[in-house]
Design a protein around this ligand. Sequence first.
Ligand code: ATP
Length: 199
Amino acid sequence: MRIGITGGIGSGKTTVCKLFETLGIPVYYADAAARKLMVTDQHLIHQIKNTFGEEAYTPAGELNRPYLAKIVFNNSEKLKFLNSLVHPAVEKDARAWHSRQRHVPYTLKEAALIFESGSYRQLDRVIYVYAPLETRIKRVMERDKVQREDVLARVRNQWPEEDKIALSDHVIINDNTLSVIKQVHKLHQRLCSVTKNNV
Ligand code: ATP
């Protein structure tokens, strides 16, 4: 099975994925993969240059982030278009990665925008990591040394939480009241038994 894992910014997706990794489950980190593919996938590079101009890359072949950011963060249609180029490349890479994994009951694909990008349709199940907004804001401010408003701006780019929870198959609550380790362990056992019974 290919299982997606998502959640709001700062909900603890990566933290939860690290716990699954300790149980031997391979995790594909889609956002990191996207950053890599944007400088290694020739077809994608070609598409980005065609759309945004040669200046989208430095002469050394690195992504010209300030240039691209200036274009897409002032224009949501252009941001959508850039995502529509990157997501298929990530999906193709994630599938190839999944097919290389051997002797595991399932794999995880961690992505912030699993629903927004539509990639959940390609996955067998989705896990949602939940934490209250205030907790998430505090965690991200502390982790990234940013202001509250910066976190809120990122939250506004995401779908409403209740819509995403409704579309998810499992929820892990990471709000400092319940043991995340216990929840991950229980869910892992459940997913292993589903895989065994092939339901
Ligand atoms: P992003 O959306 O930015 O990729 P994320 O959902 O992957 O974030 P993490 O990076 O896992 O979230 O967690 C955000 C921050 O909160 C990190 O600094 C992490 O160490 C911390 N954190 C996560 N879960 C907990 C917890 N249960 N208790 C305390 N700190 C936590």
